[in-house]
Design a protein around this ligand. Structure first.
Ligand SMILES: [Zn+2]
Length: 76
């Protein structure tokens, strides 16, 4: 069963694909599919939109050439 949530990067309605102890997995129409740690999920709300997109872009680069799922682990 899919759940709705708000994308932590773009604040748009998104699907909550997985809700794990350490992270959640999001499918956003704008941002695509990615994971974000629960810590980052809370902290990212205080970031500007531009800073959040930078974090996601960094996670994409770290995701082994687009094969892996981008994972925003922290805000650095
Ligand atoms: Zn998004």
């Amino acid at each position: 069963m899919e759940k709705k949530t708000l994308c932590p990067v773009s604040d748009e309605p998104a699907e909550l694909l997985a809700s794990e102890e350490e992270f959640v997995e999001i499918e956003c129409p704008r941002c695509g599919q990615f994971r974000i740690s629960r810590t980052a999920f809370v902290m990212v709300k205080g970031q500007s939109r531009g800073d959040r997109e930078t974090l996601l872009n960094k996670a994409r680069r770290d995701a082994q050439g687009g094969v892996g799922t981008p994972f925003i682990r922290n805000l650095t």
